[in-house]
Unconditional design. Structure first.
Ligand code: F0G
Length: 472
C-alpha cells in the first residue's frame, strides 16, 4: 500500500502548522554567561535592563525597536545608497513608498520616531493645549509636554484591565473625547494622538469602526487626528482577523483605509518598517508640512535625509513594502502568540488577548505580595535576567515617571514586564526557552521581595534609573 504523504498525515491528526515565510542566510552567535556572571552583570547595571551590555544577554527581548533582521533585498538596498547631502535618490524611493502604502501626501524623514514626535508636537501644540490620546507612550507624551501641552488618556476602560478580552482594547472612548471637548473647547485641543497598536496597553489594536467614528466626531469640531503608525501594520492584522468585512482584504488595503481617516502620521520605522534606524513624519496639510520641513533642518538634517544616511532610506523604502505582506505579518504575530499560549497554559498571568509585538507579564498578579512602590515589574525583569539571561523591559511605575506638578510617582493601573519579540530574529526554540524561564521565575515568586530606587534622572527615568535589591 502506498504511504500517505506527510501532508495527508497532518490532516489525519488535525494538526497543520504555520511557518515563517523566510529561511536563514546569516547567523549571529549568542551565548548564555554563567549564573555568577549574570549576578554580577545585573548588580553592575543597577538591576535596570537598559544599563546592561548586550553581550551579557542571551535572548534579548528588551524591544522590537531597531532589532529586526533585514532581508537580503534590504541589504542589497544598503549597497545602493546615494549619499548626496541633498536630493538623494533614496529619499525619493522612500517618499514614494510612504505615499503609496500609507497614502499621505507630504513626507519629512527623521532619524527615528521621537524626532518625528518632536516636529509634530512643536508644529501643532501651543502652551496650555490638551492632547487626547489612546493611552500615553513615554516619548510621545514627553514631547507633547515639552511643547506645553497636557496629555489626557481617552482610551476605553478595558485597556487598563489586563484580563479583559475586548478584541479592540486600543479603541478610543468617544464619550471621553466629547466630555473633554465640552470641558476645554475644541480650539484648545492640539490634535488627537491616536496609536495603533497601543504599546503600553499590551500591543492592543484599534478597530476600523472606532477610527471611522472618531473621524466623524472630530470633523464636527474641526479637530485633526494624527496617527502613531509605529506598529500600525500589526493593528491591521487584527482588523483583518477580528472585524466583520475585513477577512478577505489584504493588510495593505486595510492600512490605506485606516490612514485615510487620519490627517497624518509619525513613525518609528525601527518597528513595523523592518529597519535598524529611521523614522518619518507624513502629513496631508501643506501648512503643517511647511512648519515640519523647516524645523527638520534645525533638529535632524536636511529635509531629504532627516538624520538618515541614503542607504538607510533605501533599506527603509524596501522594508515598508515587505512589512505589509500578509504572510509576514501573520507569522510575526503568530510567533508572539505561540509564546503567549504556552504561558497561559502554564497559568502565568499575562495581558490578554495577546497583542502584536510582545507578551506583557502582569507583574501585579505575578508578584501580588510586592507593593507597586517596590517596583514589581522592574523586579520581574531583573529575575528573568538572573534566571536565564533573558532581557525584558519594565512598563509600569518606573516608566510612568513622576507627576510634573506634585513630584510623586504616577501609579499606573498596569504594572507590566514586556517580553518584546524582534521581527524575523528568533526561532520557536528560543520562545520555548523563554517560556520555561518565565515559569521557573513564577514558581519561585514567593522568595522575591522587590527593589528600591537609588538613582533617577529627570527625564524618562526608566532608561537610566538604578536599583538595589531590598534586604541586601
Ligand atoms: N511610538 C511608539 C508607540 C513607540 O513604541 C516608540 C518607541 C516610539 C513612538 C518612539 O520611537 O524609539 O524610534 O524614537 N518604542 C520603543 C519600544 C523604544 O521599545 O517600545 P523611537
Amino acid at each position: 500500500m502506498k504511504q500517505p504523504l506527510p501532508q495527508t498525515m497532518g490532516q489525519q491528526f488535525g494538526r497543520r502548522s504555520w511557518a515563517e515565510p523566510w529561511k536563514i542566510k546569516m547567523v549571529e552567535p549568542i551565548r548564555m554567561i554563567s549564573q555568577e556572571e549574570r549576578k554580577r552583570a545585573a548588580a553592575e547595571a543597577g538591576y535596570n535592563t537598559f544599563l546592561m551590555r548586550s553581550e551579557d544577554v542571551y535572548i534579548d527581548l528588551l524591544t522590537d525597536s531597531g532589532t529586526s533582521a533585514m532581508s537580503d533585498r534590504q541589504w542589497a538596498g544598503i549597497m545602493m545608497g546615494d549619499e548626496a547631502y541633498a536630493g538623494s535618490r533614496n529619499f525619493y524611493h522612500l517618499e514614494e513608498a510612504i505615499q503609496s502604502f500609507y497614502g499621505y501626501r507630504y513626507i519629512v524623514p527623521t532619524h527615528q520616531g521621537r524626532g518625528a514626535e518632536h516636529l509634530i508636537s512643536q508644529a501643532l501644540i501651543k502652551p496650555g493645549m490638551t492632547i487626547p490620546g489612546n493611552m500615553y507612550f513615554t516619548t510621545t507624551r514627553l514631547h507633547q509636554e515639552l511643547a506645553g501641552g497636557t496629555f489626557v488618556d481617552v482610551i476605553i476602560d478595558e485597556a487598563h484591565e489586563p484580563s479583559s478580552e475586548h478584541p479592540f482594547k486600543g479603541n478610543v472612548d468617544l464619550d471621553k473625547v466629547q466630555s473633554l471637548i465640552n470641558e476645554v473647547g475644541a480650539e484648545q485641543i492640539g490634535y488627537i494622538s491616536l496609536a495603533g497598536t497601543v504599546n503600553m496597553a499590551g500591543g492592543q489594536p484599534v478597530s476600523m469602526a472606532n477610527v471611522r467614528a472618531l473621524r466623524q466626531l472630530c470633523d464636527a469640531y474641526g479637530i485633526r487626528i494624527y496617527l502613531d503608525a509605529t506598529r500600525m501594520v500589526e493593528n491591521c492584522f487584527f482588523i483583518q482577523e477580528r472585524e466583520p468585512g475585513y477577512a478577505d482584504k489584504p493588510i495593505a488595503a486595510i492600512l490605506k483605509e485606516f490612514c485615510d481617516y487620519t490627517d497624518g502620521a509619525w513613525m518609528s520605522a525601527k518597528k513595523d518598517n523592518l529597519v535598524n534606524i529611521g523614522g518619518w513624519l507624513a502629513v496631508n496639510h501643506e501648512d503643517v508640512f511647511d512648519l515640519a520641513r523647516n524645523m527638520v533642518v534645525v533638529y535632524e538634517g536636511l529635509h531629504t535625509y532627516g538624520g538618515m544616511a541614503g542607504r538607510d532610506m533605501e533599506a527603509l523604502a524596501i522594508g515598508i513594502e515587505e512589512a505589509v505582506q500578509d504572510d509576514h505579518v501573520r507569522s510575526r504575530v503568530d510567533q508572539v502568540r505561540y509564546l503567549g499560549q504556552l504561558l497561559i497554559e502554564w497559568g502565568v498571568p499575562i495581558v490578554c488577548p495577546v497583542g502584536g509585538h510582545a507578551i506583557f507579564l502582569d507583574a501585579k498578579r505575578f508578584y501580588s505580595h510586592i507593593p507597586q512602590d517596590r517596583f514589581p515589574a522592574q523586579t520581574l525583569a531583573a529575575e528573568l535576567y538572573l534566571d536565564a539571561g533573558i532581557r525584558s523591559m519594565e512598563r509600569g511605575i518606573v516608566s510612568a515617571g513622576r507627576d510634573p506638578e506634585t513630584g510623586e510617582h504616577r501609579y499606573p493601573a498596569l504594572e507590566l514586564t514586556r517580553l518584546t519579540i524582534p521581527r524575523r530574529v528568533y526561532t520557536q526554540a528560543h520562545m520555548d526557552v523563554v517560556a520555561e524561564s518565565v515559569k521557573a521565575v513564577y514558581d519561585a515568586r514567593e522568595e522575591t521581595r522587590g527593589l528600591k530606587i537609588v538613582y533617577e534622572p529627570k527625564y524618562l527615568r526608566f532608561f537610566q534609573a538604578r536599583f538595589e535589591v531590598i534586604g541586601q
